[in-house]
Ligand binder design. Structure first.
Ligand code: SF4
Ligand code: SF4
Length: 186
C-alpha cells in the first residue's frame, strides 16, 4: 500500500536537531525498540519511497562525523573476508596467515571477525581506526543504511539494534517516521 509522505521538509534534520549523545541514544534506542519493531513491519507492508528515504539517510550521514564517534567499532563485531585479510595483511606487512593468527577470531557462528579487546576492535585507538585506509569493506559501508543491497525496508531488521548505538541509524529512523507520518507510540 503506498503511503502518504509528510511535506518534503518533514524528514529533514539539521545537526543541531539531531541526537548525537551516545548515552542518550542508547537509552532512547532501547526505549523505542518496540516502536521500531512496529515501524519495521509498517515499512514491510507499505510501498515506501526508497529514493527519498535514501536521500534523508544520506543527508544525516553527511552531517555526522564518524571519526569522532567510532561507537560501532566499540560495540559491533567486524566481519572480514579473504579480500579484507589480504588488504590488511599487506597494509601491516604481514602474511595473510600471520594476520589471521594475530588479528582475527571466530564468532559464535564461526564467521571470521577482527579480534576484540575490552575497548572493542583491536585496531581502535580512542576514536581512531589505526588501519583506516585498509579497513574491511563492512566498516567502509557501515552502518549499511545508505550503502547496502536491497531496499532499506528489506534491511530494517538490521537497524533495530543499531538504533541504540549508532547516531546515523537513530536519527534516520526518527526522520523516516516523520517523513512517512508514522503513528508513534504514546
Ligand atoms: S577496522 Fe577500524 S573501522 Fe573497522 S571496526 Fe576496527 S577500528 Fe572500526
Ligand atoms: S557508523 Fe554510526 S556508530 Fe559508527 S562511527 Fe558512524 S555514527 Fe558512529
Amino acid at each position: 500500500m503506498p503511503v502518504t509522505c509528510g511535506n518534503r521538509l518533514a524528514g529533514k534534520r539539521r545537526l543541531e536537531d539531531m541526537l548525537t549523545d551516545l548515552g542518550e541514544i542508547r537509552r532512547r534506542g532501547e526505549k523505542l525498540r518496540a516502536e521500531n519493531e512496529r515501524f519495521r513491519r509498517f515499512m514491510k507492508s507499505h510501498d515506501v519511497p526508497e529514493r527519498r528515504l535514501r536521500k534523508i539517510a544520506e543527508a544525516i550521514q553527511e552531517q555526522i562525523d564518524c571519526t569522532a564517534c567510532a561507537n560501532c567499532c566499540r560495540v559491533a563485531t567486524a566481519e572480514v573476508t579473504e579480500r579484507d585479510v589480504e588488504k590488511l595483511a599487506r597494509h601491516l606487512n604481514l602474511t595473510p596467515a600471520a594476520f589471521r593468527a594475530q588479528y582475527t577470531a571466530r564468532d559464535d557462528d564461526q564467521t571470521l571477525i577482527l579480534r576484540r579487546d575490552e575497548n572493542g576492535c583491536v585496531f581502535l585507538n580512542g576514536t581512531e581506526c589505526t588501519v583506516y585506509e585498509a579497513r574491511p569493506a563492512t566498516c567502509v559501508d557501515y552502518p549499511h543504511l545508505v550503502r547496502g543491497s536491497g531496499s532499506i525496508a528489506s534491511r530494517m531488521w538490521q537497524f533495530i539494534d543499531r538504533a541504540s548505538y549508532c547516531p546515523i541509524v537513530f536519527n534516520s529512523l526518527e526522520a523516516f517516521k516523520d517523513h512517512l507520518r508514522f503513528r508513534r507510540s504514546k
